[in-house]
Every structure is written in C-alpha cells, then in structure tokens.
Design a protein around this ligand. Structure first.
Ligand code: ADP
Ligand code: MG
Length: 222
C-alpha cells in the first residue's frame, strides 16, 4: 500500500541545509498495523506527514496504492488526502466551539459531503453515543481523542495515520485508545501507521520501525 523509495527531506537553513530524512525506504502492506519509534527529532513526524500527503519529499519516490504521489501537485495531494487518509494527532486538533458531532461532520466536509447519521455512527463506534453534543472542553482527554478518531474514520479511509495518539493521555486513557485502534484494524482491515514513544503501545502493532537521525535503523516483527 505504501512504498517509500530512498526518500530524503532537506530544509534550507540560510547557507546550510538541514537533512531531516536521509534515504528512507519503507514498505507497508495493505492491512498492516505498524509502529514508528525513535528519539525526538529523528524525523518520525516528517515521515508520517509525507506518507499523509501533507508534505512532499525533497528527493525519492513515494507510491501510495501503486500511484506515485510524490509527483502530484498540492491540489491533487489534497484530493488523495481527503479520499484515502485519516489523521489523528497527539493534541486531538478538535475545534473548540463545535460539538463532538459537528467536529466529526467536519471530517466529511471535504470528502463528499456531510451525513449526520454516519457521523453519529462513527461516534457510537468509539463509544461516545452519549457525548455527541459535548464540546471538547466538556470531554476528557481520552474522549477528545476518541472524537478525533471518529472524525478521521467517518469517511472510511483505507489508511489511518496517528502521530503519538496516546502522547497526551494518562496510561488508562492511552490503553483505551490503543484498544479502539486495534479493534478498528482487526474489524475493518484499515492500514494503520502510528508513531509512539511507548513500547507498551507499539507492541500492539505487528511491526515496529525504529528511526534514528532521519534513517530507518531497525525493523522488528512483534
Ligand atoms: N518545517 C521545518 N523546517 C525546518 N526544520 C524542520 C521543519 N519541520 C521539522 N524540522 C526539523 O526536523 C527534525 C525532525 O523533526 P520531526 O520529524 O518532527 O521529528 P520527530 O517527530 O521524530 O520528533 C527536527 O530537528 C525539526 O526541528
Ligand atoms: Mg514528532
């Protein structure tokens, strides 16, 4: 599903250059659940943003479902994102003035229109049927992240990307989130790529890719 070939990402810094990804090659099969681990600053989020078509590599090729997306322009990338990719972030990224239901509906706005019934079902799936009219500040951290997961999944993308989804949560809420993600993966066959610094969380995945200094240094099957 995902094929990264010799990807680099370099930022200009005045006369010098900052190499954040340095020759990354990774394959992820459809239906896999993969964790990415590594020290802070090692390029994990940069790589996930590339996989998520939020950014483009400086060099190298990226194929998503056999289509080379590294060549697309930003409008085409936005289209790929809205059709194929759901995102979950460490800080939830919900809109504070909107209810849980309205936040989930936002996830559909750019992908074929809003369907309130589907949005409700997405909240039911993450166990929030009784929280649909709550605003983010009326929800616990774990509940906010569940809303974010519902928003990411309401359009049924084949690929879910999560950047430290349990990073802002206590360990109990973190466990709840990983259980939801694990069952979504098992029941719906979604492909899931997740950054985490917690080995306990990474162990729920089938494979762990270890990053250091912008390179893949180790891959292990769990
Ligand atoms: N837009 C940017 N411009 C310049 N440097 C950046 C940019 N984004 C990230 N970086 C740098 O790239 C390195 C890797 O960042 P990141 O991918 O966020 O690491 P990680 O997620 O592993 O902690 C960091 O040193 C960061 O400062
Ligand atoms: Mg990061």
């Amino acid at each position: 599903m995902i094929r990264l070939e010799n990807i680099s990402k370099v930022y200009p810094m005045g006369k010098r250059k900052l190499t954040v990804l340095n020759g990354v090659s990774v394959n992820i099969e459809r239906g896999e659940m993969v964790a990415i681990m590594g020290p802070s600053g090692s390029g994990k989020s940069t790589m996930l943003n590339l996989i998520g078509c939020l950014d483009k590599p400086t060099s190298g090729s990226y194929y998503l479902e056999d289509k080379e997306v590294s060549r697309l322009n930003s409008g085409e990338l936005a289209q790929v994102r809205s059709q194929k990719i759901g995102f979950v972030f460490q800080s939830f990224n919900l809109l504070p003035r909107l209810s849980a239901l309205a936040n989930v509906e936002l996830g559909m706005r750019y992908a074929g229109g809003v369907d309130r019934r589907q949005a409700r079902e997405a909240l039911e799936k993450v166990g929030l049927a009784d929280r649909t009219s709550h605003r983010p500040n009326e929800l616990s951290g774990g509940e906010q992240q569940r809303v974010a997961i519902a928003r990411a999944l309401v359009k049924n993308p084949p690929l879910l990307l999560a950047d430290e989804p349990t990073g802002n949560l206590d360990s109990h809420s973190g466990e709840e989130i990983i259980h939801i993600l694990t069952s979504l993966h098992a029941e719906q066959g979604i492909t899931l790529v997740m950054i985490t610094h917690e080995l306990k969380i990474a162990r729920y995945c089938q494979r762990i890719i270890h990053f250091s200094d912008g390179q893949v240094v180790k891959e292990e099957k769990v």
